[in-house]
Design a protein around this ligand. Structure first.
Ligand code: IVH
Length: 664
């Protein structure tokens, strides 16, 4: 009996693979069903033989209470975008300047959702969504229902693969047909449908959605003895994974472009939705050499197909106010289908754009959608006017708080300057709670609006006092005990965030995610950052004068100091928890470079020193700890001698760097 069970599992896995991966079924469906039934019966009679990866377990059934949050072992990054051949060539130029001429792999950019899957001892064990790139959700129960995904593989070490779960166009059409019949709301596109299906707590629902997946990335491929990305795709296939067949090895960027043009033409005939082509440097050693920016690998780029356009009527223009007070005009449109989604609103940017494009209320307009970005009004169609169209006048007062708007010299935007403007307050709080900042799940803009209206949330500080309104919140419509508890847990969890998340959330002018990370790594604590002078801030690479001044000014404000003190009292973490930079003799030092260096350019040497925790400044003073000098060093070196500042030759510097490289 045991043997028959094992034999049936093996057979069914094989048939499954032939049908769903190779697309070449070798037995009729009825026979498959019969074998599956036999296995089901045997397993029922022998519960000791249960196996979560048995073919019988793939039809769904497991229902979760909620998704577990799982941190990714390595962050799941996104990609930079290019939109034309010039930009693509630019990407290649930068790459090849760094690593010389190289091969690329061009692949379809599948329009689904990114997924990480893990196997141990040859068994599928876990699937995690991308989430915010650092922490995803465990959707193992749903991913298991993807029939093309092998539950067992002939590799027994631990391995993580990444790829895209998507809904084939056919499944999408069928799903929407059923939903229409049932009077349910339709999904706008394949991606939304796939994402909605993966986010089901009941795996039976996910199973019924007929999802599929392509696998396209092996993090740290070199650890598996592979030399190139293309080899990893071949290995995936050998292991039984589904790899997109339109993945080609190109000798240069021109060949990549030819592939892009070919895919653009074929796009509509494919069985799955794509929104572009992903281009990756093939050689792993070269990928390693190129490395990453904060968010994206430098060895890969996404080419996005041109935006689609549509014509519709502009019914009205209304102004929204952002957290900085910036006023943005928006168009309300007669709904139109654009690139697979229904569009009812579009951006108009600013007054100047409305005037220069001569956009009037009641006009027919052309709207465009580029990638995921909110649609924009490209132009009006004056030829369609019938005299009922009305020219637009920008409001003189804030549409939310009614204070006068101002538009500074040379500024394109109007601003509401009232710091207590409800729109600004709401946006700032929502920004603080947003994913890239403090990531407080359950405190999106809609919730913040409601809480603000009720008077429970008037500032960032109030987030950490929401528990004082427990009874009222529970009495509010659409707010159960469970969602209240979840919100409180998310708020509590946010206190443990690393400093850069908090800095992002504070909404300091000019300080986005990247600058926040740089600041957190450089200063380590909020206190140290608050005490930094403009000069110290400016000395940091990638922090310009305007940003340095904005940061300094922010921390000088009494209101902000009080807020930070309050958050501290509430036990919000004020330290950087990111991995410490490489410790070296340069860490924490203020260093000046002078003379001409032989091996590095000035900015390369600066970057290197900064990764070792040093600050590089331009002039020698008593605060300077060390001057590193190359050939023909002049006044800075003599100044160092004068002030008794330590010096180091380039050779000595290189020796130190080499030592560090050996240690790591
Ligand atoms: S590679 C570090 N390859 O596009 C490698 N991504 O805009 C990162 N995507 O988050 C991903 N098809 O969800 C890669 N062939 C492909 C892809 C692909 C679709 C998605 C993926 C990623 C997003 C980036």
């Amino acid at each position: 009996m045991v043997e028959r069970i094992l034999e049936l599992r093996k057979l069914l896995n094989q048939y499954n693979y032939e049908y769903h991966v190779l697309d070449k079924p070798t037995i009729p469906d009825t026979e498959y069903d019969q074998l599956l039934r036999e296995l089901n019966e045997l397993e029922a009679a022998h519960p000791e033989m249960a196996d979560p990866n048995s073919p019988t377990q793939r039809i769904g059934g497991q229902v979760l209470e909620e998704f577990a949050k799982i941190p990714h072992k390595r962050p799941m990054l996104s990609l930079g975008n290019v939109f034309n051949f010039e930009e693509l060539k630019d990407f290649a130029r930068k790459v090849e300047k760094e690593v010389g001429p190289c091969e690329y792999v061009a692949e379809c950019k599948i329009d689904g959702l990114a997924m990480s899957i893990v196997y141990q001892h040859g068994q599928f064990v876990q699937a995690i969504t991308r989430g915010d790139g650092e922490v995803g959700e465990d959707v193992t129960h749903n991913v298991k229902t993807i029939r093309s995904l092998p539950m067992t593989i002939p590799y027994t070490g631990e391995i993580e693969l990444r790829g895209e779960v998507y809904m084939p166009k056919k499944s999408f059409a069928e799903l929407n047909r059923q939903r229409e019949q049932a009077g349910e709301e339709l999904f706008a596109n394949c991606r939304n449908a796939a994402a909605g299906s993966i986010r089901q707590l009941d795996s039976k629902v996910a199973a019924s959605r007929k999802l599929d997946a392509f696998w396209y990335h092996l993090p740290d491929g070199e650890e598996y003895g592979l030399k190139t990305h293309y080899d990893s795709l071949l290995w995936f296939k050998e292991l039984g994974f589904k790899v997109n067949e339109y993945s080609v090895l190109c000798q240069n960027i021109e060949e990549v472009w030819a592939f892009i043009e070919q895919m653009h033409q074929q796009r509509d005939r494919l069985l799955f939705d794509i929104d572009g082509v992903v281009v990756k440097v093939n050689d792993y050693a070269k990928q390693r050499q190129l490395g990453f920016t904060v968010k994206v690998p430098k060895w890969a780029i996404a080419y996005k197909f041109p935006a689609e356009e549509a014509k519709t009527k502009l019914e009205d223009i209304f102004v929204t106010v952002g957290r900085t007070g910036k006023c943005t005009p928006n168009a309300r449109l007669t709904q139109v289908f654009l690139a697979g989604t229904k569009v009812g609103f579009a951006q108009l940017h600013n007054e100047e754009q409305i005037l220069s494009k001569d956009i009037r209320i009641g006009d027919m307009v052309i709207v465009r959608k580029a990638g995921d970005i909110i649609p924009e009004v490209v132009r009006s169609c004056p030829e369609d006017r019938d005299g009922t169209q009305i020219p637009y006048h920008f409001p003189k007062n804030c549409p939310v708080c009614n204070q006068p708007l101002i538009r500074l010299e040379g500024e394109a935007h109007h601003f509401c300057q009232n710091p207590d403007c409800p729109a600004r307050v709401v946006e700032s709080i929502a920004h603080f709670a947003s994913r890239d900042a403090m990531n407080i799940d359950g405190l999106g803009i809609k919730k913040v609006e409601v809480f603000h209206e009720r008077g429970w949330l008037n500032s960032i500080e109030d987030i950490y006092c929401l528990d004082q309104h427990r009874e009222e919140i529970l009495a509010a419509p659409k707010f159960g005990e469970k969602s209240y508890e979840n919100l409180m847990a998310a708020i509590e969890a946010s206190k443990k965030n690393s400093l850069e998340k908090l800095l992002t959330g504070l909404g300091i002018r000019q300080v986005g995610e990247k600058a926040a990370k740089i600041l957190a790594q450089r200063f380590q604590t909020m206190d140290a950052l608050m005490q930094a002078t403009v000069e110290e801030l400016q000395a940091i690479k990638d922090i310009g004068t305007i940003t340095a001044e904005a940061i300094h000014a922010f921390f000088q404000e009494k209101k902000q100091q009080e807020m930070i003190a309050f958050l501290k009292e509430k036990k919000v973490n004020m330290r950087c928890l990111l991995e410490q930079k490489i410790e070296s003799v340069f860490s924490g030092k203020t260093i000046v470079l002078t003379g001409s260096l032989q091996l590095y350019t000035r900015s390369e040497a600066q970057e290197l020193l900064e990764t070792m925790g040093a600050t590089v400044t331009g002039s020698v003073s008593r605060k300077t700890d060390l001057v590193i000098y190359g050939e023909n060093a002049g006044s800075k070196l003599s100044k160092a001698a004068e002030l008794g500042v330590a010096t180091m030759s380039e050779e000595h510097f290189l020796e130190e760097v080499r030592k560090l490289e050996q240690d790591h």
